[in-house]
Design a protein around this ligand. Structure first.
Ligand code: AMP
Length: 191
C-alpha cells in the first residue's frame, strides 16, 4: 500500500491535483472537505453539525473527521493506497491517522506539501468562489479565518511528519501540469 498526504493551505490546489494523482496511481481519494459537503447536502445530523463550523471557517471537531476517515478506511480493505486531501488538519488528527493505519499494518509514505504564497491563494479562492458555490470561499472574512486556522492549527501537522522525514515541499505555482509532474516525480522517487 502507498499512502500519500497532499498538504497545503486552502487554495493551494489540493483538490485539482488529487483528481489527477488518484487516476495515475489508482489511489482512493479521501477528502474530508468533500465528505463533509456531501453530508451537508444530504442534511444528515453530521452534516448539520459540520455546517456551523464550515460556514464560519472553523475546523470541524477532530472526533467527527477522524470517525469519517476510520469508516472510509474500513470500507476500502483492498485499496492500493489512499490519498488524503485536507486531512489531517491538526496534530491530534495526524496521531489518530497514524494509529488507524498502524492497525491496518500500513503507514503514511509521503507528505507532499504544496507551497503557494498568500497573495496567490486569496486570488485563487476569489476565482474559485465564482463557480464553487461555496460560502466559505465567497466571504473575505471567512477566507481570512481559514488561512489563520491553517497557520495556527494545520501547519504543525507538517512539523509533526517532518520528525519522521516524510515531508517533501513542492512548488505549487505554475501550470497544473507542471505542478502535477513535480508531485509525480516525488512519489516515483519514494515508491
Ligand atoms: P476543504 O474543502 O478541505 O477546504 O474543507 C472545507 C471546510 O471543511 C474546512 O474549512 C473545515 O471547516 C472543514 N474541514 C475539512 N477537512 C477538515 C478536517 N480534516 N478537520 C476539520 N475540519 C475540516
Amino acid at each position: 500500500m502507498f499512502n500519500t498526504i497532499l498538504f497545503g493551505p486552502p487554495g493551494s490546489g489540493k483538490g485539482t491535483q488529487s483528481e489527477k494523482l488518484i487516476e495515475k496511481y489508482g489511489l482512493i481519494h479521501l477528502s474530508t472537505g468533500d465528505l463533509l459537503r456531501k453530508e451537508m447536502k444530504e442534511s444528515t445530523p453530521l452534516g448539520i453539525e459540520a455546517k456551523n463550523f464550515i460556514e464560519k471557517g472553523q475546523l470541524v471537531p477532530d472526533e467527527v473527521v477522524i470517525g469519517m476517515i476510520s469508516s472510509a478506511l474500513d470500507a476500502n480493505p483492498h485499496a492500493r493506497g489512499f490519498l488524503f486531501d485536507g486531512f489531517p488538519r491538526t496534530v491530534a488528527q495526524a496521531e489518530a491517522l497514524d494509529k488507524l493505519l498502524e492497525l491496518k499494518k500500513t503507514a503514511i509514505n509521503i507528505v507532499l506539501a504544496l507551497q503557494v504564497n498568500e497573495e496567490e491563494l486569496i486570488k485563487r479562492l476569489v476565482n474559485r468562489a465564482k463557480t464553487s458555490g461555496r460560502l466559505d470561499d465567497a466571504d473575505p472574512e471567512i477566507q481570512k479565518k481559514r488561512q489563520d486556522v491553517y497557520k495556527n492549527e494545520t501547519l504543525p501537522v507538517s512539523a509533526y511528519y517532518s520528525q519522521f522525514n516524510k515531508v517533501v515541499n513542492v512548488h505549487g505555482e505554475g501550470s497544473i501540469d507542471e505542478i502535477f509532474d513535480a508531485l509525480c516525480k516525488e512519489i516515483d522517487a519514494k515508491k
